[in-house]
Design a binder for this molecule. Sequence first.
Ligand SMILES: Cc1cc2nc3c(=O)[nH]c(=O)nc-3n(C[C@H](O)[C@H](O)[C@H](O)COP(=O)(O)O)c2cc1C
Length: 459
Amino acid sequence: MNRGGLFHFSKRILRSSHLRRSWLRFSRFQSSARSKNKPPKKRRFWTKYRVIGSVIGGVYCGLLLFGVRNDIPLSRFLLVRPMMSLIDPETAHRWAVQLSSQSLTIRSLFGLVDKSAPVDILEVKLWGLTFDNPIGLAAGFDKHGEAIDGMLDMGFGFVEIGSITPEPQEGNPKPRLFRLMEDRAIINRYGFNSEGHDVVANRLQERENSLQRAIGVIGINLGKNKTSPSALEDYSKGIQKLGPFAHYLVINVSSPNTPGLRKLQGRDQLKKLLSELIVVRDEMHKEMQSKSPIKCASCILPKCPLLVKISPDLSQDDRIEIAEVLKEVKIDGIIISNTTISRPKSLKSSFKSEGGGLSGGPLAQMSTELIRDMYRLTNGEIPIIGVGGIKDGADAYEKITAGASLVQLYSSLVFYGPALVARIKRQLTDHVLADGFDNIREAIGADHRGAPGPENADG
Ligand SMILES: Cc1cc2nc3c(=O)[nH]c(=O)nc-3n(C[C@H](O)[C@H](O)[C@H](O)COP(=O)(O)O)c2cc1C
């Protein structure tokens, strides 16, 4: 049989109905087996992209971690910012608190631990307390006292928790937190969302019992419940319940998000409120000293310092009256300032008209000028904690020379990340030395003594 004959023969066999049926059965079996083992074309496409996505995600996270740990500015713009815009601000806040409350090992992995040693130049002694450095965490980040050790380990010299209300309350409806990226600012109208005194007190007690807690100063900021008829009662409860855990206490009468709260800054109301709260504080302190001095954070001190936090939106008359009241009642300190309800014309963000308190960059000068004014009006006799828009060592130094003994920050952590704290400390040391001071204590209120320099500093 020649080649052509063989070809025609095979064709004829294949065409035979029996073989054709067998072939069809075989090919159907094959395709069903293939469809069982292999995903259909569309699914294969997505599987491929899922693998590529995971690789890109992994590389992104690796670079992000590397950038944050090593404080690489470019990573903030190229990696952190795009990620931030994807996450709702309140969720990001909750995650940040949760991460900061993890073990030291996990926090180190995420670059949240400042390993630099304290420097003597930055040490401040106030109210009988020693602050390793004058940079503190402002109220509002750790509202329920969950991440105290994490924030102290980040390099803060002191951490203020709260505001805490007597009874738990939800706060305002969401959304209530807005990032103004273009303005490096935040608007919040949380409205004192709080877990309440009991939950926070139990948490602080657990921390006291733990051997692994970080060393540092703890401030507790007290608020009032929205529906409570008596501010005096709410703040008194706060002093009694949380005072034993605090190195200092703050009466917050300046949050713009609780109706009527800022009216407590009026001359008569403030005088009555603070003089009664000072008595409550004295009684609490005396009782703790006699009952269980070991368990009381401030029992080594003559008294637990009581501070008042004021608003940046005060008129000149308000400032004069408040300064008089604070001198009269002998308050231990003033925190200047809370968020502002004003909206500077310079704001660019589309969120600028949201209701609530504005913080961050646009607040910086406003709060520094109020510090300067209140230092002058109180003759530098009442220690001031300066807060508002601090993003670098220069901002912190400006507030200190204007009259602040200590400073705090919150908003800029959101935009510049956790490495900011160590950076501010380095820059602050440079400013102190560049102005010829031996230490930061000499720089406090230096603007009021003429040109900066050790010859004009009176300590
Ligand atoms: C989201 C958020 C929540 C805040 N919550 C409180 C608070 O509960 N009690 C309080 O006294 N201040 C609160 N503040 C005000 C800050 O403590 C601080 O006074 C203000 O933000 C100015 O500092 P900054 O510009 O560094 O953020 C909050 C601020 C922000 C941004």
